[in-house]
Design a binder for this molecule. Sequence first.
Ligand code: ADP
Ligand code: MG
Length: 724
Amino acid sequence: MAGWLDTKLRGVLGGRTAGALERGLGLVTVGDLIRHYPRRYAERGELTAIAGLQDGDHVTIVADIASVTSRRMRAKKGSVLEVLVTDGTDSLTITFFNQPWRERELRVGERGLFAGTISSYRDKRQLAHPQYLLLNEHGGEEQVERFAGAVIPVYRSSKSITSWQIQSSVDLVLDTLAADAIGDPIPADVRAELDLVDVVTALEGIHRPGSMLEMEQARHRLTFEEALVLQTTLVERRGLASGYQSSVQPEEASSLREAFDSELPFALTEGQHEVGSEISRDLARDVPMQRLLQGDVGSGKTVVAVRAMLDVVAAGGQAVLLAPTEVLAAQHASGIRRLLGPLAAADTLLGGSAPDATSLVLLTGSAKSAQRREALDAIATGRAGLVVGTHALLEESVEFHRLGLVVIDEQHRFGVEQRAALAKRAPDGTHPHVLVMTATPIPRTVAMTVFGDLDISTLAQVPAGRAEVTTHVVDPTSQPRHVDRLWERAGEEIAAGHRVFVVCPRIDAKDKDKDSDDDETSADIATVEDVLVEARRRLPNARIEPLHGRMSAEEKDAVMAGLSNGTIDLAVSTTVIEVGVDIPDATMMVVFDADRFGISQLHQLRGRIGRGSLPGVCLLVSGAQAGSPTLERLDAVASTRDGFELAQRDLEIRREGDVLGGSQSGVRSSLRLLRVVEDADVIEQARAVAERIINDDPELAEHPQLRAAMTALDAEQAEFMEKA
Ligand code: ADP
Ligand code: MG
């Protein structure tokens, strides 16, 4: 069964076509081809309008041959064949050079499909050397019939293979498809209950529908199938996790945590208390916690995590905090040390006074070897109860004494695999508790798709008394005066003893935008290099330093420390400060070329100020045109500080792929039809079905077809991650 889907196209279609499918589209097996769904459907006539074609258009037209002339070229040796075709809307000349033999097959009165790129020659539109298919040729009758049938699939095609070549390959495969050659991953009772067509009907319906209605039914069913296979995988993964044994089970609030609470300079919010108890309940269980904590920028997730970490340490386990960047890891380490005071200093004289004290180590990729050896030793012997670090912690060489809890900050930078890599480090067959934190609010069904194996907690409020931050969009060309004012304001903030961040999209002119495909090394885009010079010129008395990813970890740490203790006033930075950086005295954020950033990125950047009780100002500098979508985006950011509202706006604007984020591309690559935002109801429905199936048949013994589809999905995602 699965065997047939794994059959190489080479054996079915012949070498040339199979080669073109592989080269052009990466389709190797029968399964690949039948899952290469049409990108859209053309209704009769849609393909044919010659009128209105423009230079450079890639087109497929259906037209009748009106005349054929062959002549010798005047200037060069050789001949040119000119074929005038018409489709009732207009006519077009098709030309072939030095292929006189084509005259034999291109006859007046014939109808054909012609595909190519429109160009113009002496002000006349033409199609030079198109690929073509005459409709009376072998199989052509069927094409005509299909054409008359009004729904024509249009496939994503490539230079080496046209949409209709794909179509006839699919035809060939579907014609030889025996009804029982392909298993249906959706169980029959589910199909009956939800009124879904079977897999063979669906494949017919999506590739060669008799009507748009048939196509819709097929598409709906195949979308549901994707959702079901994914959700069953997630529900099963979750079920497996619930069969694991947690490595530590802290009973309740430890004295270590109580000591910590009593030293906190603020009262916890209601939300922090609530989420704290949810986590405590999870930690006490034999089953490892699998929880996602989402909370807006500044909602105080770190404190929640630290309290859980302390409970685990008090119960004899180790707790790890994994951060996406070195800056953030270093900041977490020093922030947690500060919060804990003597409680984190078991290995110093200071710690002698605190009976439960533990110690904290920081491990990042840039640690010097002696430092690194020392940290690894502290981790392996268990001397370090708290471990903070970056990806470096995922390396095999890091051995834990008794790993009890893994906290992952800003999850969107880490993938599922990394979670799994750490989970393996717990002692003998047990698993650590896992807490994933994200500042990007995620709509329910996206969370279900991407984090479908996690329970979800939400910190809805931001601590009371949080200062106002006002945001303005500044246009440097129409309001040059405002740019002067901006630097004056920065000077005022610094004079008042506050810190200022100035963010640029690039480090220097050679530096390309990571996130954009264009490789312009444009002089127009603000760089840290240039703005640093400008800032020092404008504010000669201020202490100003750069901060970006090309500096060493020590240099970055020094700047962060300087900003923290007030020996540096202003940092000209890239988005290295985007995530999590916490400097309560920072009151001003200037973002140059703000239109180079997305909504959530700007929201994150702005989240760096107004974190203490001091009010802040955020200036988004951009020359974006009035009324442009870009300006609309900036205005949206200026209009609210509510991250959930902005996330919703962002979703409406962003493309699907971006919603899932870079590290989720393994999931994304396997979704052909399912759209995590639009298909919310399909996902909900599939989740319910998946839970029922796993509940009734945990091993999926009765559902071999579904199991096969899940295995294929796993393999596909693994392959994708390997390539990436
Ligand atoms: P985020 O959720 O963005 O990671 P942090 O955990 O960094 O936020 O917290 C933001 C700031 O708010 C920190 O300076 C933290 O010490 C402070 N904070 C956390 N909880 C409270 C609270 N309940 N009251 C006042 N300030 C708090
Ligand atoms: Mg944070």
